[in-house]
Design a protein around this ligand. Structure first.
Ligand code: SF4
Length: 320
């Protein structure tokens, strides 16, 4: 008998002993299971800015964790040793249960837990188990994802995750050629989450050889019509199978200038010397000067999530 997995848009239909495209979900003794459930391959305390989230509890730390796996196969993957099937081994670690992670987050004074580094969609059963316990203890929950949800996954995950950083990697052609994926489920997920008022920030890694100005402006438009307010343009460095040279600072500046007239109010540069400050989009007061140096401190002009000069509300969650 075949069983379908609804954890992501691929919807793999699997027979006994088969694994899905992620190599994580498999049918074992007639049941669809997540292999190596709870066996973490990464666990660290990070600044929340590293996710990147710039408008969600700025200056705070987040307990960040991952299991193996991803459902896309991007040739530039920055975390390929824990995402791609050919690098997966049996993690030696014992499974870590939810209560232990919640206690650790509280001990380490982290107001949030982040599911990150690899692709949490393919281990979402474990993510949801931990997230539910974390929320019961008053912690916030963060998912850093490629955004290729199925509709069922969105419905399951939305109530338990507070903030999302979602990759929008390029246009449809780019996804098919470079990632063996599709842009459509990502755009659908962004629309679903923004519409329901989840906290959403989007990241696009910019490859100079792939993302010309027209391409980036198309993405800006797709995000703006869906109501996205925070967009990170992250500078590419060669990694995994991608050998193109690193994106230059000059090119980053050129793209930031090009998108400055888009309706997206907060656009930042990542892995770069370019813009990382937050200014009020209404009166241009400086609200947060820079995220590259921790600890991050909002300026005096920024009080309780409002610009104190013009009193406008600034998008985000500013206190836990
Ligand atoms: S998580 Fe996605 S890729 Fe993995 S088995 Fe399920 S549907 Fe397939």
């Amino acid at each position: 008998m075949k069983i379908s997995c609804d954890f992501c848009y691929h919807r793999c239909t699997l027979e006994e002993g088969q694994s899905g495209l992620c190599s994580v979900r498999m049918v074992r003794q007639g049941e669809l299971v997540t292999q190596a459930y709870g066996q973490l391959v990464a666990l660290a305390v990070d600044p929340v800015e590293k996710k990147p989230l710039y408008h969600f509890l700025p200056g705070s730390k987040t307990l960040s964790l991952a299991m193996y796996g991803c459902n896309l196969h991007c040739n530039f993957c920055q975390n390929y040793t824990i995402s791609q099937p050919s690098f997966m081994q049996n993690p030696a670690a014992e499974p870590v249960d939810g209560p232990a992670l919640v206690s650790l987050a509280m001990e380490r004074k982290c107001p949030s837990i982040s599911f990150t580094y690899s692709e949490p969609l393919v281990w979402q059963d474990y993510m949801l188990e931990v997230a539910s316990l974390a929320k019961a203890k008053g912690l916030a929950t963060i998912m850093v994802t490629n955004g290729t949800f199925s509709e069922e996954a969105l419905n399951r995950i939305f109530p338990l995750i507070d903030a999302y950083n979602i990759d929008l990697k390029g246009d449809e052609q780019f996804y098919r050629r470079v990632c063996k994926g599709s842009a459509k489920p990502v755009l659908d997920a962004i629309e679903y989450l923004v519409h329901r008022k989840a906290h959403v920030e989007v990241t696009t890694m910019v490859m100079e050889s792939e993302h010309d100005t027209a391409h980036i402006l198309t993405l800006a438009n797709q995000l703006a019509v869906r109501g996205v307010q925070v967009w990170h343009l992250s500078r590419y460095f060669p990694r995994y199978l991608a050998t193109e040279k690193a994106t230059s600072e000059t090119y980053m500046k050129q793209l930031l200038d090009a998108v400055s007239s888009s309706p997206i109010e907060y656009v930042y540069a990542g892995n770069s010397e370019q813009k990382q400050a937050t200014c009020c989009p209404y009166c241009n007061s400086l609200l947060i000067s820079d995220r590259r140096y921790v600890p991050v401190h909002p300026e005096k002009a920024f009080v309780g999530g409002r610009c104190s000069r013009c009193n406008r509300q600034i998008y985000g969650r500013w206190t836990s």
